[in-house]
Design a binder for this molecule. Structure first.
Ligand code: UDP
Length: 237
């Protein structure tokens, strides 16, 4: 496989064209950002750890029937993925109140929700990624109602699979963010982007110790050390 032009550089990843039509290379960087880029650091090892953890979680989701863009890991920091036209939508699923939800509805962080809550956010840095409802999404002509139904169904399926998986490692899946898009080839709706401790909140089931990017956002611990510990707990399967 030959890698050519960098098509896109984001806060935590670079995307490259390859010589295979409809296959892209994702390089996970060591950069960490929070609060819409206001807080930044380069954390040695982060790219490798997120590439490994995301590869495992996306492969697990595929095995359990959630189609996604992951093809294979090709190096420490790189994975090959299907080319997908990503929708400018962040789909957040929550099981426990934390982060922005706790503030929005006045719950203490850690309160278990009666049922999972799905939220949509507009991926737009200039607007500060605002919360959207389905009417806003229709107004923005982002997608149709059937596609939103399919996204919600997939998001809840991911929640069930990953909650059970993490619980088998004595870890609670508090909340997470997903992104979806349509494949360049068949226009099929699939899960894309990463699924990692950068995009999930994960707490130790006994101690509530944080095993995710909140350790960086809130200066609680050394992020690469925590991600290494998490990977160790995930073990071989
Ligand atoms: N999240 C993310 N990218 C974002 C915003 C949120 O991956 O741009 C994840 C975040 O890690 C958490 C979940 O989505 O697992 C919910 O985040 P929240 O809305 O509480 O925002 P935060 O408190 O992280 O700003």
């Amino acid at each position: 496989m030959t890698v050519s032009t960098c098509l896109y550089e984001g806060k935590a990843k670079r995307i490259y064209q390859t010589d295979q039509v409809n296959e892209l290379l994702v390089e996970y960087k060591d950069d960490a950002t929070a609060f819409n880029g206001e807080k930044q650091a380069v954390l040695s090892g982060k790219g490798r750890l997120n590439n490994e953890i995301s590869a495992r979680l996306l492969a697990k989701l595929q095995e359990d029937g959630v189609p996604n863009h992951f093809i294979r890991k090709v190096s420490d920091r790189e994975q090959l993925v299907q080319a997908v036209k990503i929708m400018p939508l962040e789909v957040v699923v929550r099981n426990v109140a934390a982060g922005s939800l706790a503030g929005r509805i006045g719950y203490e962080e850690g309160v278990k929700l009666k049922q999972p809550i799905i939220e949509f956010y507009y991926k737009d840095d200039d607007l500060g990624d605002p919360l959207l409802n389905r009417d806003h999404i229709t107004e923005l002509a982002m997608t149709d109602s059937e596609t939103l139904d399919a996204i919600e169904e997939q998001a809840l399926k991911v929640n069930t699979i990953l909650s059970n998986y993490f619980l088998s490692k004595n870890i609670r899946l508090i909340d997470f963010k997903l992104e979806f898009g349509h494949t360049e080839t068949a226009g099929q709706l699939i899960l894309a982007d990463e699924v990692s401790p950068d995009t999930c909140r994960l707490w130790d089931a006994n101690t509530n110790e944080k095993l995710d990017k909140d350790v960086f956002r809130r200066d609680l611990a050394d992020l690469p050390e925590v991600y290494e510990q998490l990977l160790h707990r995930l073990g071989d399967a």
